[in-house]
Design a binder for this molecule. Structure first.
Ligand SMILES: Cc1ncc(COP(=O)(O)O)c(C=O)c1O
Ligand SMILES: N[C@@H](CCCC[NH3+])C(=O)O
Length: 424
């Protein structure tokens, strides 16, 4: 069972807090994160990963500034994919030089901002992007550190929407077509070619595809060395799976040992990883309350106050999240679909679970710390959940629920101003 959620005397607790007390204090739907669990997951990596090798937390998994601050305190760098994520990392007080910038569509504005604050490195995904970075750096009188993202064409065996390392995916530069890009970067006085990177996908539960990809990257290091091009870092991305259902935990130490083994003849190389999910997924819980229980001739629905706009993963990937009712005995009920308030048939949190719940009861959706709040939206003009960070004996509110009325008023203001201009 997820460590954050557990039963004591038959009732649900999240770390050292009764779920009912948290829901009463902060209302539902509510994201709750356990700081201790994030630290535990961080140590699984850090304990097996000696300096100078680095870990750049993939901000997209959970970009709350409090989480970024915690990561910075633990010693993480950051893997970002937008200016928004960069601004968050900066707001968290992190060192810009620890940032790597991934993503296939970096805009001129984003590149300029990243150069002006002095990020560590751009993970470049195309020849055109490389030339755009070069032109902007030249214009600013700067030298840009770059790494070339290779698409290793490795089948990660994960959901097709979160596989990124196949030739048919939009990410990286084709393994067979990268020579020209490396040559271009190596000869440019405005570009400092530092590294090679890859990322083959997400929620991968076995080390084998990662090690296959890593071998292909080391082959590139050798190939470049023969051409007189020296590389100082190899960034092997993230993608380590977590046990959402009955999957085994990813063997982190075993994988890192495998990598260190491959790297032993390359003392000049700093290795980097970009884990997101594996650091935060298991630390997060979405607490939601049953509004209604409805029976049709075919089904029984628990209609709850959190929907696909709060946690998109079930709707988008048919992802499984464990569902824990407030009282342990409630796990022995009728087969029930847990559905949300959004006007979409795809708005469900779980299908066909045994649950004996009634209106007013709480339900915890486990393992929701990654790609939960960060993928949430205001669809159906719904407010987003509040977020709470559990720090030992303290439950700290880190995001209050945005007031629907305020959102509505802001839009109204812009709209009215435009209409007034039109009339004038
Ligand atoms: C380039 C890159 N790095 C790191 C990650 C983090 O992946 P995960 O959260 O699966 O560790 C992603 C997302 O898949 C990514 O696209
Ligand atoms: N959003 C996905 C992971 C995508 C990772 C980003 N490349 C998920 O919730 O599982």
């Amino acid at each position: 069972m997820n460590r954050v959620c557990h039963y004591r005397d038959g009732v649900l607790w999240l770390d050292d807090f009764r779920a009912r007390d948290l829901a009463q204090q902060f209302q539902t739907p509510l994201y709750v994160y356990s700081e201790q669990t994030i630290i535990d997951r961080w140590l699984r990596f850090a304990d097996a990963w000696p300096a100078p090798h680095r870990i750049c937390y993939a901000v997209k998994a959970n970009s709350h500034i409090a989480i970024l601050q915690l990561m910075a305190r633990l010693g993480a760098g950051f893997d970002i994919v937008s200016q928004g994520e960069l601004e968050r990392v900066l707001a968290a007080g992190a060192e810009p030089a620890t940032v790597v910038f991934s993503g296939v569509a970096k805009s001129a504005e984003e590149i300029r901002r990243a150069l002006s604050v002095g990020i560590g490195c751009f993970n470049v995904e195309s020849q055109q992007e490389l030339q755009r970075i070069e032109a902007i750096a030249s214009d600013m009188g700067k030298v840009a550190n770059v790494s070339i993202r290779i698409n290793p064409n490795v089948d990660a065996g994960t959901h097709p929407y979160i596989s990124t390392g196949l030739k048919t995916n939009k990410f990286g530069i084709d393994y067979e077509l990268a020579d020209a890009v490396f040559d271009y970067a190596a000869q440019s006085p405005t570009l400092n070619l530092q590294g090679i990177d890859c990322h083959i996908g997400s929620q991968i539960t076995e080390p084998a595809p990662f090690l296959d990809a890593a071998k292909r990257m080391f082959a590139w290091v050798d190939k470049l060395a023969k051409r007189g091009i020296a590389i100082s870092h190899l960034d092997l991305g993230g993608g380590f799976g977590v046990p959402y259902h009955d999957e085994a935990a990813f063997p982190t130490a075993e994988y890192l040992q495998g990598l260190l083994g491959l790297a032993k003849d390359y003392p000049q190389l700093t290795l980097m990883l970009e884990p997101g999910r594996s650091l935060v997924a298991e630390a997060g819980v979405l607490l939601t309350r049953v509004e209604y229980v409805k029976h049709s001739t075919e089904k029984r629905f628990a209609i709850v106050d959190a929907g696909m706009n709060d946690l998109l993963r079930p709707a988008l990937y048919q992802a499984y999240h464990a569902i824990l009712p407030e009282r342990e005995e409630q796990q022995l009920g009728q087969v029930t679909d847990i559905v949300g308030p959004v006007c979409e048939t795809g708005d469900f949190l779980a299908h066909a679970r045994h649950l004996a719940v009634a209106p007013g009861d709480l339900i915890a959706v486990a393992n929701a710390g990654a790609y939960g709040m960060s993928m949430s939206s205001n669809y159906n003009s719904r407010r987003r959940p509040a977020e709470v960070l559990l720090q030992g004996q303290q439950a700290k509110l880190i995001t209050a629920r945005e007031q629907y009325s305020q959102l509505w008023q802001r839009e109204q203001l812009v709209y009215t101003m435009q209409s007034d201009e039109g009339e004038a």
